[in-house]
Design a protein around this ligand. Structure first.
Ligand code: ALA
Length: 409
């Protein structure tokens, strides 16, 4: 069994109330959707509701002051966790999708500006751009990926021009698990004065992300995919860019002053955080990155790869199972997507739950264009995290083998 820093996964599981309740009876492998939460995250959420259930940045009484301090602390913890540096602000959103929409709809694009994405994007980095094509007359082009989902850098270079205003790419695909090389892409974009946004929803939970070293303009992520509470995301972006953007939602908490005819927005991040926020979620998110930091992201990455090597080699031995994306687990350490001959992915997910209480995701994974391109109707996906173990991977593969033997045609 692999070690997570000083911690053994068996020890890690003791921190997760999920395992107190279900023990080894459920195998949770849907962490790319949402992870389980450690007790310390749940505790600070309960603490918020019991000890200081007030709002931040408005009332000045003692409880509200406590919320303001805890929200600031959480913002600082997450900002530092990604080494965002003094030139970037962190805006809380409700998820990564909202963070991408804040940029797509708030950035001052002009008619004819080109935005480059790829053909393997999640719909959250697809639909907002299609809306901007309709509403603002921008142009959107897609960089090719190969059948394994690997981005064609030559195609990116060919598609770059002075009209490209922004390159917006998923840092890691939620279907294939493949990551793009951010530094190379940012250099190509910089050569053409284009900005870069990376959707880090499937990267930030799994590897060290250093935004200063990467020198990226906009980075988006979801905290519920990295041990945080449901419904918290973040946009981390350069202040000089944020300052020239319109907020997606306007209202209370975003202005310095407002009359009936005019208003003056506060600097980022406040100008993008209208209304009362999910304070319990934000404070819980701070605790989530503190917990991950205590384990270490290199250890997280190493652990997932160790598990995925076992899982992949066993899946490759099952006749009738086809892996979607690269065969090498090194290229997709956090997950394995697959299909079973003769069964729909939803059948696979339901049967594997019935037969072995293994919880995985199935379907189109909000990446319809990719499946259209490869001519498939979705896939099943097992995704891994710090609490998964090698025995679980073996059980999963054995149950899948039984499923294939019984139901595959
Ligand atoms: N995008 C999330 C997933 O891949 C919901 O499961």
């Amino acid at each position: 069994m692999g070690l997570l820093g000083d911690m053994n996964p068996t020890e890690v599981r003791k921190d997760f109330p999920f395992y107190d309740k279900f023990g080894d009876s459920l195998i949770y492998m849907d962490s790319a959707c949402q992870t389980l939460r450690p007790r310390s995250v749940i505790d600070v959420i309960v603490e918020y509701y019991t000890d200081y259930p007030a709002c931040a940045g408005r009332s000045v009484h003692r409880l509200a002051t406590q919320v303001t301090l805890r929200v600031d602390e959480a913002r600082g913890l997450i900002h530092d966790f990604f080494n965002a540096g003094p030139e970037r602000s962190l805006v809380f959103t409700k998820n990564c999708t909202e963070a991408i929409n804040v940029v797509a709809k708030g950035f001052p694009f002009k008619r004819g500006d080109v935005v480059l994405t790829s053909d393997v994007e999640h719909n959250s980095n697809n639909l907002p751009w299609q809306q901007m094509v309709r509403q603002r007359g921008i142009r959107r082009e897609c960089v090719r990926t190969d059948e394994r989902g690997i981005l064609d850098l030559e195609d990116l270079k060919e598609k770059m021009s002075h009209r490209v205003k922004m390159v917006s790419l998923g840092h890691t695909s939620n279907v294939t698990g493949v990551s793009i090389p951010p530094r190379e892409i940012i250099e190509i974009a910089r050569d053409h004065d284009a900005l870069v946004m990376l959707d880090g929803a499937q990267t930030a939970p799994h590897q060290r992300v250093d935004l200063c070293a990467m020198d990226v303009d906009f980075y988006t992520l979801s905290l519920h995919k990295m041990l945080g509470p449901s419904g918290v995301g973040a946009l981390i972006a350069r202040d000089d860019l944020l300052t020239n953007m319109e907020p997606l939602i306007s209202g209370g908490g975003t202005v310095e002053t407002a009359g009936h005819e005019e208003f003056t927005l506060l600097p980022p991040p406040e100008r993008f955080e209208a209304g009362l926020l999910n304070y319990a979620g934000i404070i819980g998110s701070g605790e989530a990155v503190r917990y991950l930091g205590s384990i270490g992201m290199d250890e997280v990455e190493e652990h997932e790869l160790l598990l995925n090597r076992v899982l992949t080699s066993m899946l490759m031995d099952i006749e009738g199972v086809e892996i979607i994306g690269p065969l090498e687990p090194e290229l997709r350490p956090s997950l394995v997507s697959f299909n079973v001959q003769g069964l729909s992915s939803h059948d696979v997910a339901m049967i594997i739950d019935e037969m072995g209480k293994v919880l995985i995701r199935s379907g189109m994974h909000c990446a319809h264009p990719f499946f259209r391109k490869i001519g498939k109707n979705g896939c099943a996906r097992a995704s891994l995290y710090i609490y998964n173990t090698i025995p679980e991977c073996r059980s999963f593969a054995q149950i899948l083998e039984k499923l294939v033997g019984t139901f595959s045609r």
